[in-house]
Design a protein around this ligand. Sequence first.
Ligand code: GLN
Length: 195
Amino acid sequence: MKIGILALQGDFAEHTATLKKIGVETRLVRLADHLENLDGLIIPGGESTTIGKLAEDYQLIEPIREFGKQHAIWGTCAGAILLSKDARRLQPLLQLMDITVERNAFGRQVASFEIDIEVPVFAELDPNDSHPFHAVFIRAPLIESVAGSTMVLSTLPDGQIVAAQQGKLLATSFHPELTPDDRFHRYFIKIAKRK
Ligand code: GLN
């Protein structure tokens, strides 16, 4: 099992650290060649416009799209925006997942917040342990709507969607790489292992 982490901008180092902690081999991805023989890819949090423009400059958009047709990809925050079909404004997107996102839906940096959310699919990791997940939101997008075969994995108490999955594609509005709880990383590895 080897997971790539897109390392153009954003908090790719934190994802690397969490994967190392759970014993998963990693590779930083900066060029299309780096996708070879990977079982999955993480697109980190950061600034989606910056990551998207750099991905265009490095001719990564099409290769990642192709990779995502077969393999697992997880986008956290800015990464979730890149995975979306529609961010309701013009910016480079991978458009792999049937989700529409609203960028900066909770306001500016100062409006960042942390909250415990329920993630029922964690019962698949350990049926005896599905305690709430402490989620960190930093200028986060909201998953405004999901379509097609996309499943909602978690919502805020008011019902707004913050985590979704479509096949091997995973999107979270928040940053599991910034907290010690590694259940989202382990859940992603489980998806990546599926044939
Ligand atoms: N606000 C950023 C964007 O729109 C995402 C923020 C983040 O990844 N923490 O791309």
